[in-house]
Design a binder for this molecule. Sequence first.
Ligand code: UT7
Length: 334
Amino acid sequence: MTTAVLEGLGGRLPPVVVTNADLAARLDTTDAWIRARTGIAERRRVEPGTATRELAVEAGRLALKAAGGGDADAVVLATTTPDRPCPATAPEVAAMLGLTGAAAFDVAAVCSGFLYGLATAAGLIAAGVARRVLLIGAETYSAILDPADRSTAVIFGDGAGAVVLRAGSPDEQGAVGGIVLGSDGDHCDLIAVPAGGARKRASTEPRDHFFQMAGQETYRHAVARMTAAALDALERTGWAPADVDRFVAHQANARITDAVGRRLGVPPDRALSNIERVGNTAAASIPLLLAESVLAGSLVPGDRTLLAAFGGGLTWGAATLVWPDVTALMSGQR
Ligand code: UT7
């Protein structure tokens, strides 16, 4: 059986740092509240003129380089913040990377986008449609956040991460396995940008064009759904929670990662985290965390790695892989 094997990755953060103190200066919030409730100290924002495509291209270029260069047959871009409602952002990203002619499309699964993209890439490879896929998670949340909404403005940040997946066999290091996806559209309104689509095309209420989230209810779903998806992925892989060396959860909230880890029975020191410095970067969260962790030496070849995500839709997903030896290839990214 042909399986998707991870062979390179890269992460990209935009340069503007927004600290909790910066937000407390203009919103009714405090550094203490944000740290205690989310684990976030700062997040990044793009400079004016930078959109999702630029972040995606930069992460994609790093991932391709780490994978030894060369082309990809398909470019899959997971994003909540495409540059325009139409067309998809992926074809332009592919062209900017010199991959004109490759299949290219966006995946919209909000914070679960990377795992949905991973499943899609694995499917393209298993079906023989593509031999090599560049999967990018890239977000410019600053474009859709309500600057006056303290409950979301403190959480989300901009960023991108990318991985290259090639055709290989299931017993190789880096082979993606145990993929689980799910959704529950009955709760589609918990995380939404209400206007700007076919249902509510334009609104005189500016908030309708901004991202909105019912935090508390979302929190409960996030913990339950990520735990269930992770357990399902472990069972499909034949691993017990104690076998997990590295737990890589979508960085929604440090308390959510802790709660899921506790429910799974994965010791806290096995959970990777960068939320303190980058906030919640939605579809970019997992690949960015993977790339940063390799560079920091906290994710090493042979680590049995569990990925889990949850996001708007509602959507969720999980997958496993034994971490491949990509550290030396990424040395240029330090
Ligand atoms: O990535 C996709 C999935 N996302 C998630 O899973 C996120 C899930 N939700 C969360 O992470 C948390 O619910 C939040 C971080 C969004 C909020 O934390 P919370 O502990 O659930 O707070 P809360 O919404 O229950 O609000 C508690 C209080 C409220 O005040 P009252 O009603 O008790 O007086 C809020 O108005 O905290 C208030 N509040 C804030 N206070 C200071 C909400 N945001 C802020 C803020 N600063 N930024």
